[in-house]
Design a protein around this ligand. Structure first.
Ligand code: IFM
Length: 443
C-alpha cells in the first residue's frame, strides 16, 4: 500500500513540472507555494478553552454515561484497546479541556515557533453574551488580548463566530431552528466586528453548517438530538440567512474586512461510473453536502473555504464502499487526493479559497507527516491548474475535545497531557514548520 501511495505522489510531480525547482537530487522536487500564502492551524473555543457554560456542556453531563456504554459497539476492538479512555465518563466532559483560556500566550508562542503566519480560532458566544442582551466586557477584553497576542507575534487571525455551541438562552429558544437566531447572531457578529475593528481582517461566520445539520437534525447524535429532515431543511435556511445577515452587519462596520464561512465538503465518487443510480446518488449527495449551502449564501462571501475530511465511494443505497487502505485512529479513510477534486470544483466560483481545516486523528503521529505532505501535493496541483488557494490551516494546533467522541481522538500538531496540561510538539509539527518557513513542500 505504501508504495502505491508513493507512486501517486511521484506521478503528481511528473505531471506538474511547472513551478517545481529541480535540486541536485533528480529524485527530489520542491513544490513552491504562491508568495503570501498563509500557513497555520485551527482550533475552536469549546474544544480547547475549558470551563464553558453552553448547550454542549449541559448535554455532555447528561450523556457521558450513555456514551461510555455505546463505545463497546461503536468502535472496533483495535480502537477500544488503543484508547481505553473511551470507557471513562470524564472522556466525554469538556471540563478544563486544554485550558487554552489561560494558556493562549504559551500556545501562541508554539504557533510562532512552528513558523505559522496565520491562526484560526473561535470566539465563544456564550462567554460574550451569557444572557440575551447582556454583553460581558471582561470577556470582550479577554478576546481582545487573545487577538493582540497573535498580532504581537505577527500572526494573522482568522476568527470564527459560531463553532456549533450556543449560549443556553439561544438553545432554549430552539437554537438555529428558531428564526430569531438570525437576528441575534447577526447582532453578535456586528458587535465583534466593532470591538475588534482594525484587529481582525478575516471573519468566518458559521462553522461547517452541514455537519451540524446532519449530526444534530438528521442522524440526531449531537444536541439537541432531533431527527427530523424537515427541521434539517429549516436549519439550512436559518443558518444561511444568519450568515448572510452577519455578512451585512460585519460589512456595515467595515468594508475592508473579508467575510466567509467555514465550509466542510465531502468528495463523493460513484462506485460504478456507468451506473445511472450510482451517479444519481452522488448527485443528490453533492447537492445536500456540497452545493445547497453555497447556493444559499451566493453573493455573501468574500472568500470560500474548504474543510476536508471525507471521501466516499458511493453506490445506490450504500454510501460507504471505501477501500479504507489507510485509516486514522477514528477509522476515517485517509484520502488526500479528495482535496484536489474539491478545490477544482470550488474554483468555479471565482473567489479566493482558504483551506481552513484538514487533519487526522493520529495519537502515535505515524501518519500525520505524510498526510500533510500528500494533502499539500494535491493542493499544489490544484494551484498549478489555476485555482486561487491562499492558505492552509491544519486541524488542529493541539489535541482537543472531539465533541461526542471526547478526548481520545488526537488531532493535534501538539500533544496535550490532560493531567498536567503539558504541551509536547509532535515531530510531524516540526516537518510542517519547515514547510511553513520555506513556503515549499520538499518531496
Ligand atoms: O473537531 C472537528 C471540528 O470542530 C470541525 N471540523 C472537523 C473536526 C474533526 O472532526
Amino acid at each position: 500500500m505504501k508504495n502505491k501511495k508513493l507512486k501517486l505522489s511521484n506521478e503528481l510531480v511528473q505531471k506538474n513540472a511547472d513551478g517545481f525547482n529541480e535540486s541536485n537530487n533528480p529524485e527530489s522536487k520542491k513544490l513552491i507555494f504562491p508568495s503570501g500564502f498563509l500557513w497555520g492551524a485551527s482550533t475552536a473555543a469549546h474544544q480547547v478553552e475549558g470551563n464553558m457554560k453552553n448547550n454542549w456542556t449541559k448535554w455532555e453531563k447528561e450523556n457521558a454515561e450513555r456514551l461510555v456504554k455505546e463505545a463497546k459497539t461503536k468502535w472496533q476492538p483495535w480502537q477500544q484497546k488503543k484508547f481505553p479512555e473511551m470507557f471513562e465518563p470524564k472522556n466525554y466532559i469538556s471540563g478544563q479541556a486544554c485550558d487554552q483560556y489561560h494558556r493562549y500566550e504559551e500556545d501562541f508562542d508554539i504557533v510562532k515557533k512552528l513558523n505559522h503566519n496565520a491562526h484560526r480560532f473561535s470566539i465563544e458566544w456564550s462567554r460574550i453574551e451569557p444572557e440575551e442582551g447582556r454583553f460581558d466586557e471582561k470577556e470582550i477584553k479577554h478576546y481582545r488580548k487573545v487577538i493582540q497576542a497573535l498580532r504581537a507575534r505577527g500572526i494573522e487571525p482568522f476568527v470564527t463566530l459560531w463553532h456549533w455551541t450556543n449560549p443556553q438562552w439561544i438553545e432554549e429558544m430552539g437554537g438555529p431552528t428558531n428564526k430569531k437566531f438570525i437576528f441575534y447572531f447577526a447582532r453578535f457578529a456586528e458587535l465583534m466586528a466593532r470591538e475588534f475593528f482594525g484587529l481582525v481582517n478575516f471573519w468566518l461566520t458559521i462553522n461547517e453548517p452541514t455537519s451540524v445539520i446532519s449530526a444534530s437534525y438528521i442522524s440526531g447524535i449531537w444536541p439537541p438530538q432531533k431527527r427530523n429532515p424537515l427541521i434539517a431543511l429549516k436549519v439550512y435556511k436559518i443558518l444561511s440567512q444568519a450568515h448572510n445577515q452577519a455578512y451585512e452587519t460585519i460589512h456595515s462596520v467595515s468594508q475592508n474586512v473579508q467575510v466567509g464561512f467555514a465550509n466542510v465538503l465531502v468528495y463523493l465518487n460513484p462506485v460504478n461510473k456507468s451506473s445511472i443510480l450510482d451517479r444519481l446518488t452522488v448527485k443528490i449527495g453533492n447537492y445536500f453536502a456540497n452545493r445547497k449551502f453555497l447556493n444559499m449564501t451566493d453573493g455573501y462571501n468574500d472568500f470560500l473555504t474548504l474543510q476536508y475530511y471525507f471521501h466516499f465511494d458511493v453506490a445506490f443505497l450504500a454510501t460507504n464502499n471505501n477501500k479504507n487502505e489507510v485509516v486514522s485512529d477514528l477509522g476515517w479513510e485517509v484520502y488526500p487526493e479528495g482535496i484536489y477534486h474539491l478545490l477544482k470544483n470550488l474554483g468555479k466560483y471565482n473567489l479566493p479559497i482558504y483551506i481552513t481545516e484538514n487533519g487526522l486523528a493520529d495519537a502515535e503521529d505515524e501518519k500525520r507527516e505524510k498526510f500533510i505532505k500528500d494533502s499539500l501535493l494535491w493542493t499544489h496541483r490544484a494551484i498549478n491548474e489555476g485555482i486561487d488557494v491562499r492558505g492552509y490551516f491544519y486541524w488542529s494546533l493541539i489535541d482537543n475535545f472531539e465533541w461526542d467522541k471526547g478526548f481520545w481522538p488526537r488531532f493535534g500538531l501538539v500533544e496535550i497531557n490532560y493531567k498536567t496540561q503539558e504541551r509536547k510538539i509532535r515531530s510531524s509539527a516540526l516537518e510542517y514548520a519547515k514547510i511553513c518557513q520555506e513556503n515549499t513542500v520538499k518531496i
